[in-house]
Design a protein around this ligand. Structure first.
Ligand code: HEC
Length: 216
């Protein structure tokens, strides 16, 4: 073996380690200049991201608050009955949209997503969150107000507008779902809730005449 081989191999080995060392250093140090970005795609753009600063405005915020007294297009919640469940001082007593099969199915789906976790699929206040909270409460780890059974006379006697309002703003210990559920879906849930209530207090008179014999 010629004498030069060992130093040359050693040199290459050392050189080969340099990229690995640089990458390691880049990962574990902080720098105020942008990283080298071989494939920039559209990672850096001249635009303002949410919650960033913008020196153009006196208050320095890039996100602009809505000017006072303005309403975004399409956001004018003019119909009091539909958007607030009220007419004047009173709760509306009837769902202000036509209750169709499609609305009820939509309501059942939305109820399953948003309400059943606490109130249970059949509305007795026995959802999974409730079960878990009881477990924690037994160990003294949670302070739990159980979800109201939706078959209580209290809830049965609430006007439709009140139920709508409960979903929108929450009530006592129940949180608000207005920010997550648009108004038409809130009404769909109210419609489904009424169907659910009726299902638990149904009598033979609720069954169409031609189907009664099958039940008996
Ligand atoms: C995080 C759990 C939770 C979820 C999810 C939840 N609720 Fe409740 N709900 C409660 C609790 C707890 C109460 C009782 C609050 C109290 O008495 O302080 C309650 C009370 C109610 C009441 C009775 C209000 C009254 O008039 O006294 C209604 C009606 C109701 N919920 C409907 C709904 C509907 C509809 C949904 C789905 C959009 C829903 N809830 C989702 C926890 C929940």
């Amino acid at each position: 073996m010629p004498r030069w081989i060992a130093p040359v191999v050693l040199t290459f080995v050392v050189i080969a380690l340099i990229p690995a060392a640089l990458i390691t250093r880049a990962r574990y140090t902080r720098s105020s200049t942008p990283r080298i970005n071989l494939v920039p795609d559209m990672d850096y753009q001249l635009k303002y991201l949410p919650q960033t600063a913008n020196a153009l405005f006196a208050d320095g915020r890039a996100m602009r608050p809505a000017p006072e007294g303005t309403v975004a297009r399409g956001r004018l919640a003019e119909d009091e009955r539909f958007h607030r469940g009220r007419s004047g001082e009173d709760w509306v007593g009837e769902i202000p949209v036509p209750v169709t099969g499609a609305v009820l199915r939509r309501g059942r789906e939305r109820y399953g997503i948003f309400c059943s976790v606490c109130h249970g699929l059949s509305g007795y206040g026995d959802g999974m969150v409730h079960a878990r909270a009881l477990e924690l409460a037994e160990k003294g780890l949670a302070n739990w107000v159980p979800p109201t059974s939706l078959h209580d006379d209290l809830v049965r006697d609430r006007p439709d507008g009140h139920l709508f309002n409960t979903i929108t703003y929450g009530i006592r210990n129940m949180p608000a779902y207005g920010p997550q559920i648009p108004p038409e879906d809130r009404w769909a849930i109210v419609a489904y809730l009424r169907a659910l209530q009726r299902s638990q207090k149904a009598t033979l008179d609720d069954v169409p005449a031609e189907k009664r014999s099958a039940l008996r």
